[in-house]
Ligand binder design. Structure first.
Ligand SMILES: Cc1ncc(COP(=O)(O)O)c(C=O)c1O
Length: 410
C-alpha cells in the first residue's frame, strides 16, 4: 500500500507550521485549511435565510442540503434526512434522550458502560425520571475491555437501550459494536454508539456498525466545533418533535434540530470528505468516493499504528510506567490514543514537563470520570494521555520520548 505523503498532508493544516507538537488530538484535532476556507467563503457569500424564493436563498439552501448529502456519504447513511446536526455530541445526546423520554416506561432497562465519556451516560441516566432501570456494563480490570460475557449477563427481554463507545477516549481500545448490536437486537433492544474517538482514525460506516444511533463530533475529525447524529429513519420518525408545535413531526431531521443547523459549519464540514477523497486519490485509489476515503483511512491507520507502536514500546520498557490499555498494536485493537501513569508521580508533573518542550499533551479523566474512578486513578490526577493523529510524525514522537526520558527516567 502506498504510504502517506506527510509533507503534503501537513500542508493542509496551517497550524502544523508552528513549533507546537500537537498530541492532544483526542481533545481536538487541527483544522483543515479547506474547511476554514469554506466557512469563511460561506459567511461572506451565502449568509441569507434558507427556504425563500429569491436566488441567493435558493443557492444557500442547496449548499446546506448538499453539505448534508456529503456528510451522509461520509458516514454511509442510507438516507440523508437521517443526518441530524448540532453543536456537540453532548448536546445531540441530550436532544436524543429528551426525545426518547416519553417512550420510556417504568421497568425499561438501559445499559450504559463505565468506560464511556459522560456524554453517552448522563442523558441516559436522567431517564430514571421516567422509571428506567439503569444497569452498568463495567470494564474488566484485567483486560481493560468491555467483555461480551458481561454484557450477556445484563441483557434481558426488558433491555430497551444499550449505550457504548466505539473506541475509548482513554483506553484507546476499539469495541466490537456490530457484535454488540447483534446481541442487543436479539433481545429486542437498540444500540447507541458514541463514535467520537473512532471517527478520526477509521472511516465511519453507520450501517456496518449495526447501531441504531451513531454520533460524533467534527472538531476531532479536522473540522470545527460541530457534531452529527445519525439514526435510522424508522426510529427517528417514531420520536416526538423537539421543534416548534407547527413543525410536522414527520419532518426529518428538522424536528430534532430546534433552531436549525449552523449553515456555515455544515458547509465547512463537507470539506472533510473532500480532503479524504483527495488523499485517497493521491494514493492511487479509484472507485467511489467512499472507496477513496477508505484508502485514505487505510493509510492513516498504517502510519498511526507505527507511531503508536513507537511510543508503546518505549513506555512498556519502563518499569515505573503502567500503560492504561493494550500495550501492543495488534489487528486494529487500538487507536493511537495512549494513556499511562508513572509510579509515585502525579500525572500533572509529566504533562507540565511537556509544556517546556512545547508538546501538547494533557492529564485527567477526559470526562470518562467513571472509568478513572473504577481504576482508582483519581488521586494521581488521572492518566497522562498522548493522542495522535495521522499528521503527526515519528520525529514528534521522538521529541516526546526525549522529554519523557527526563521526567520518567531512562
Ligand atoms: C469519546 C467522546 N465522546 C464524547 C465527547 C463529547 O463531545 P462534545 O465535546 O462534542 O460534546 C468526547 C469529547 O472529548 C469524547 O472524547
Amino acid at each position: 500500500m502506498p504510504s502517506l505523503n506527510l509533507t503534503a498532508v501537513r500542508a493542509e493544516f496551517p497550524a502544523l507550521a508552528s513549533d507546537c507538537v500537537y498530541l492532544d488530538n483526542a481533545g481536538g484535532s487541527q483544522v483543515l485549511r479547506r474547511v476554514a476556507d469554506r466557512i469563511h467563503e460561506y459567511l461572506l457569500t451565502s449568509s441569507v435565510q434558507l427556504g425563500a424564493s429569491y436566488a441567493q436563498s435558493q443557492f444557500a439552501t442547496e449548499r446546506v442540503l448538499s453539505a448534508r448529502r456529503t456528510i451522509a456519504e461520509l458516514i454511509n447513511a442510507p438516507h440523508d434526512d437521517e443526518v441530524v446536526m448540532g453543536p456537540a455530541t453532548t448536546a445531540l445526546m441530550f436532544v436524543l434522550t429528551q426525545a426518547l423520554l416519553p417512550g420510556i416506561h417504568p421497568g425499561d432497562e438501559i445499559i450504559v458502560t463505565n468506560t464511556d465519556h459522560e456524554a453517552n451516560i448522563g442523558g441516559w441516566i436522567r431517564l430514571r425520571q421516567a422509571g428506567a432501570v439503569i444497569k452498568i456494563w463495567e470494564v474488566n480490570h484485567d483486560s481493560l475491555m468491555l467483555e461480551l460475557d458481561d454484557l450477556d449477563r445484563l441483557l434481558t427481554g426488558r433491555t430497551k437501550w444499550v449505550a457504548m463507545t466505539h473506541a475509548s477516549n482513554v483506553l484507546g481500545s476499539v469495541n466490537p459494536v456490530a457484535e454488540v448490536a447483534r446481541r442487543v437486537h436479539a433481545v429486542g433492544g437498540r444500540l447507541c454508539v458514541d463514535g467520537v474517538a473512532y471517527a478520526p482514525h477509521r472511516l465511519v460506516d453507520v450501517q456496518a456498525s449495526g447501531a441504531d444511533i451513531y454520533v460524533f463530533s467534527f472538531y476531532k475529525v479536522f473540522g470545527p466545533h460541530y457534531a452529527v447524529l445519525w439514526g435510522n429513519r424508522e426510529l427517528l420518525l417514531s420520536l416526538p418533535s423537539l421543534n416548534h408545535h407547527f413543525i410536522d413531526p414527520g419532518e426529518l431531521p428538522y424536528k430534532l434540530q430546534p433552531g436549525n443547523v449552523n449553515f456555515e459549519l455544515s458547509w465547512g464540514c463537507a470539506g472533510i470528505a473532500d480532503y479524504l477523497n483527495d488523499i485517497g486519490t493521491s494514493l492511487g485509489a479509484s472507485g467511489t468516493r467512499r472507496q477513496r476515503m477508505q484508502s485514505a483511512f487505510d493509510a492513516f491507520t498504517l502510519h498511526e499504528d507505527a507511531l503508536a507502536e513507537r511510543l508503546l514500546s518505549y513506555l512498556h520498557a519502563k518499569s515505573n510506567v503502567r500503560i492504561i490499555g493494550h500495550h501492543k498494536v495488534h489487528n486494529g485493537n487500538r487507536m493511537p490514543t495512549i494513556s499511562f501513569v508513572v509510579a509515585g508521580r502525579h500525572s500533572e508533573i509529566i504533562v507540565r514537563h511537556g509544556d517546556k518542550f512545547n508538546i501538547g499533551i494533557r492529564f485527567g479523566d477526559f470526562y470518562a470520570r467513571r472509568l478513572i474512578e473504577a481504576l482508582g486513578l483519581q488521586a494521581q490526577g488521572g492518566v497522562v494521555r498522548v493522542s495522535m493523529a495521522h499528521y503527526n510524525t515519528a520525529e514528534e514522537i521522538d521529541r516526546l520520548i526525549g522529554c519523557l526520558d527526563e521526567v520518567i527516567g531512562k
